[in-house]
Design a protein around this ligand. Structure first.
Ligand SMILES: [Zn+2]
Length: 211
């Protein structure tokens, strides 16, 4: 065991910090987290702030949680502008929240269609129960409110500790295609590693409040 004193370039466990550890710090709450749970912000042109949900835009980036208060806090005290090395930013927190929601929904829709192709989405209640009994169901998405007929199904899911996400605006935001035959209701997702990124997108969506 080495000295207890914290050394430069080492984290609190004394391990050497590597560039490749991939963690980023939220400008709002200061937590160090995986990039997949953080919203990337960047600037284009002189001062136009851009949301980069897909993390594909170039340029200097800043990170915040998918969480209204963290986004607000990042704007305070000009922390964001300083980090992005611009004098001022042409955007407000609520504009950023709205942009993030739009991009997340588009990303969720795309990933949902992929997962559907892989047969990972179950929409019929009886099939959801089946998948749940088989231990196949990873989580449930409630779309457009809870229907009476789904109440007992939801209770079972809760008992089994299956996470439930409620997305009120799913259908109205152009995400209705996987549900076309069923209308509002439940989506049971059987996720494999290939679809884990969809789960992350949905989690992030829940963190971003409706504008
Ligand atoms: Zn945060």
């Amino acid at each position: 065991m080495g000295s207890m004193k914290r050394q430069r370039g080492r984290n609190h466990d004394g391990q050497r910090r590597r560039r490749g550890d991939g963690l980023r710090r939220c400008l709002g709450c200061g937590k160090t987290l995986a990039p997949s749970v953080l919203l990337r912000l960047t600037v284009s042109g002189e001062a136009e702030l851009k949301v980069d949900v897909a993390r594909k835009m170039g340029g200097r980036g800043a990170h915040v949680c998918y969480h209204g208060p963290c986004i607000e806090a990042a704007f305070r005290k000009r922390r964001l502008a300083r980090l992005l090395r611009v004098k001022r930013l042409d955007a407000k927190p609520d504009v950023i929240v709205e942009q993030a929601r739009e991009q997340l929904l588009a990303l969720a829709q795309w990933r949902l269609s992929r997962v559907r192709l892989m047969g990972k989405i179950v929409t019929r209640s009886s099939r959801i129960v089946e998948a749940m009994s088989a231990g196949d169901l990873v989580y449930l998405v409630v779309v457009g409110g809870i229907l009476k007929k789904d109440a007992s199904l939801l209770a079972t899911a809760l008992n089994r500790g299956i996470p439930i996400y409620k997305i009120a605006s799913f259908a109205s935001e152009g995400l209705s295609s996987p549900l076309e035959d069923n209308g509002p209701g439940l989506l049971g997702l059987r996720l494999g590693a290939t679809a884990a990124s969809l789960e992350q997108v949905l989690k992030n969506l829940v963190g971003i409040p409706n504008a």
